[in-house]
Design a protein around this ligand. Structure first.
Ligand code: NDP
Length: 265
């Protein structure tokens, strides 16, 4: 088993894609660091995964608190001596037109989706470079490659991830460190319910397309395979999202006119 004994740190491990990643890595005998804000949910995931105490560290964190994130990485080294794979998965969306979107909410989205993962990446990179081995995985989105209305800050944060990690990959290519960017389409998780409204509060409403989306366990398995194959990027999405990306790239004006009328997605 490729991941047996590897130390994997997953943010957003309390729910959705992150939770499914925990189960997938646990099945392969990895040692896991589970991070998110809700400790009781992390404990539930640890118990469901049947992870023994020796192989699991629950490390609650708010990724937007970038200073504590750096300090916390030291706890992982103290416990396991290394970090083989960092998965920057924690994320939050919003559901507001730009005219109603406060700067405060835009900052919140960027602090979680962009700066939190960047801080963690910078904290683990020196050791990975020194060991000439390691993997940084980033859960971006198909919305890092195209856009939909009412999600401007989310779209922008995911586009920013693409630019940052594509650059990092170039810089560490000859140092044994892999960088995988994952772009999921609709996946059946709580992401819609947890999306922020204009006041920065979770809307707590499901979205039909998310509810009918891909199974997060299948998404997790595909992510593990992509890490094993040392892929640079993987799009895990249904035909509509993949077609929209294709159209945006090949015929951006047509894409825009269809998205304006909401005839796509
Ligand atoms: P969920 O809402 O189910 O999970 C989000 C996770 O992020 C939770 O574990 C949550 O834990 C954690 N999180 C949120 N804010 C913070 C924070 N400030 N600090 C630490 N952890 C935080 O959604 P998904 O599983 O769908 O989302 C996972 C990733 O996948 C996100 O980056 C999302 O953008 C991306 N994605 C999802 C898609 C989908 O259709 N589901 C499509 C494309 C991308 P807690 O509340 O305990 O802190």
């Amino acid at each position: 088993m490729f991941f047996n004994g590897k130390v994997v740190w997953i943010t957003g491990a309390s729910s959705g894609i992150g939770e499914s990643l925990v189960y997938a890595f646990a099945r392969q005998g990895a040692k896991l660091v589970l991070s998110a804000r809700r400790v009781e949910e992390l404990q539930r995931v640890k118990a469901t995964a049947n992870l023994p105490d020796d192989d699991c560290l629950i490390l609650p964190l708010d990724v937007s608190d970038t200073e504590s994130v750096v300090t916390l990485s030291k706890q992982v080294y103290n416990r396991f001596g290394k970090i083989d794979i960092l998965i920057n998965n924690a994320g939050v969306s919003h559901w507001t037109k730009v005219k109603d979107l406060s700067l405060d909410v835009i900052h919140k989205i960027f602090n979680v989706n962009f700066f939190g993962g960047i801080a963690l990446t910078k904290a683990v990179l020196p050791q990975m470079l020194e060991n000439k081995s390691g993997h940084v995985v980033v859960i971006s989105s198909v919305l890092g490659k195209m856009v939909v209305q009412k999600q401007a800050a989310y779209n922008a944060s995911k586009h920013a991830l693409q630019g940052f990690y594509d650059t990092l990959r170039l810089e560490v290519a000859s140092d044994g460190v892999g960088v995988l960017l994952v772009c999921p389409g609709f996946v059946r998780t709580n992401v819609a319910k947890n999306s922020l409204n204009k006041d920065g509060v979770a809307i707590n409403q499901d979205n039909d397309k998310i509810a009918k989306g891909l199974d997060p366990d299948d998404v997790a398995e595909k992510i593990l395979k992509a890490i094993e194959k040392n892929k640079d990027e993987i799009i895990i999405a249904g035909r509509p999202e993949k077609s929209a990306i294709f159209l945006k790239r090949l015929a951006p004006s047509l894409f825009a006119s269809m998205m304006r009328k909401r005839k796509l997605l």
